[in-house]
Design a protein around this ligand. Structure first.
Ligand code: FAD
Length: 423
């Protein structure tokens, strides 16, 4: 098993769990429960090198079509839930950028989506959780029952126990289609103005930016659900990258060309487009295994949240480094509080960029970005991270000590080892 960004150099050994009873046999050695491996860095890699893959526990257990409450096993993917519930008029209230994430992965990283300003994080819509600890104790927890376990497990990076099941509150939806409009912006100030105005009137907002361009131009997209009875099933990838090329075709020349093409090619109609929900929420899923395009050295994502004016400083550093990405996303977070103690989203603007891995050159760039994020009270997203210094983590996530106290002694990730055990 490797992370989405291609870590570690030597893949981890993976044992599959299909039934919760099988877990009793798995506690002899230190481990870490994992889902679909869509985390970019090392939060889903075990310090011991032995992971327990829970994607086989993928049964939906109960769905009340009147209340929209779903009880399911931890390894069900968000895409499978949508296939089942959207035709019945219910949608997951928060969706990340890929349908392949599992419910437990979405809880453990408390994922966010393009509607963070209106709906907050995934964890806000979790009604209860069932955990198993290595001493075989089963813990059913919620905001009103054993709440310390609940708030330590949402955004708890899989450390408080193996999540076996969850109960989720879905939200009503009128169909499988959205209307979407796109607006070009020529500089960051325009992005901020668009974001402020749009977050009041649109359910979903997100922007792509050309991080190599001197004024950070980009495309702002916003969307809303519409009533439309036509079915629009989630599609499987139209194309799959068949193998990992030894050398990545992603470099500063192809990036510059791609960014320019993307910016100019975007058809900016005066009227909105009607699109199936899969195309809006999961555009990257249309190319299977796209992470292979970064070659055998893989890539790293840098995602942080900072006060809005600081974005300009971060982009200036990235431009000067001439290491950029075509997957550069900007989104303003709202102020809805998550129940999760170590949740990443907080008021500010989040910037996410992929960088081909160039060893020390990439780390030097990240160190410069970290210094700006740290001195402005920002935070780096653990789901995407593989480099954060312990001191930066502990400053941004002061509740880490509570999670450490509740951590199952048999569960530890490489990320947790890195950020809590350095001096
Ligand atoms: C293309 C793409 C787009 C993305 N877009 C977004 C986005 O928009 N917003 C966002 O927030 N994230 C986004 N992500 C990140 C992704 O949502 C998270 O990394 C998510 O946690 C991955 O879930 P997973 O099922 O793959 O879990 P893994 O990556 O396998 O594991 C993630 C964490 O969950 C824990 N875990 C998994 N299963 C269990 C279990 N049964 N019990 C206890 N702990 C468990 C692991 O220990 C680990 O800490 C994106 C990722 C990709 C590849």
């Amino acid at each position: 098993m490797r992370s989405w960004g291609g870590l570690p150099e030597h893949p981890q050994r993976s044992r599959s769990l299909n039934w919760r009873d099988e877990l009793a046999e798995c506690w002899d050695e230190p481990t870490l429960a994992v889902g679909a491996g869509r985390s970019y860095g090392d939060c889903g890699l075990a310090a011991s090198g032995e992971v327990l893959c829970t994607t086989g526990m993928n049964r939906m257990l109960q769905f009340d079509q009147n209340s929209g409450v779903l009880r399911c096993e931890a390894g069900v993917s968000l895409g499978d839930i949508l296939r089942h519930t959207v035709p019945a008029g219910w949608i997951l209230p928060v969706l990340p950028g890929t349908q392949y994430v599992t419910v437990a992965g979405a809880i453990a990283n408390d994922v966010h989506g393009k509607n963070h300003h209106g709906f907050g994080t995934f964890g806000r819509h979790v009604k209860s959780l069932l955990l198993q600890r290595s001493d075989r104790e089963l813990i059913e927890c919620s905001a009103g029952n054993r709440s310390e376990w609940f708030s330590a497990s949402i955004a708890g990076l899989g450390l408080t126990g193996v999540i076996l099941q969850a109960e989720l509150q879905l939200k009503p939806v009128a169909g499988a289609w959205l209307q979407c409009d796109t607006v070009r912006f020529r500089e960051l100030a325009e992005f901020f103005a668009l974001s402020e105005e749009s977050d009041q009137n649109y359910e979903y907002t997100v922007a792509w930016i050309d991080c190599l361009h001197a004024r950070s131009r980009g495309i702002f997209s916003r969307a809303w659900h519409i009533e439309d009875a036509r079915p629009a099933p989630l599609r499987e990838p139209r194309f799959r990258v068949p193998f990992t090329p030894p050398l990545s075709p992603v470099n500063r020349f192809t990036l510059r060309a791609f960014n320019s093409l993307y910016y100019h090619r975007q058809r900016l109609r005066g009227h909105p487009d009607t699109i199936p929900l899969g195309d809006w929420f999961f555009p990257l899923d249309s190319i299977g295994s796209w992470n292979r395009l970064y070659g055998s050295r893989g890539f790293r994502q840098y995602q942080c949240v900072v006060p809005a004016p600081v974005v300009r400083d971060l982009l200036a550093i990235i431009r000067r480094s001439a290491q950029g990405s075509f997957l550069a996303v900007l989104k303003t977070f709202g102020d809805l509080q998550s129940p999760g103690l170590m949740s990443f989203p907080r008021p500010g603007v989040t910037l996410a960029l992929d960088f081909p891995w160039r060893g020390s050159a990439t780390l030097e760039l990240f160190a410069q970005l970290d210094a700006v994020v740290g001195s402005n009270d920002g935070a780096i997203y653990p789901a995407k991270d593989a480099h954060m210094q312990g001191a930066d983590f502990r400053r941004a996530y002061p509740a880490w000590e509570t999670v450490e106290r509740l951590r199952d002694p048999r569960l530890k990730s490489l990320l947790w080892q890195r950020v809590t055990e350095d001096s």
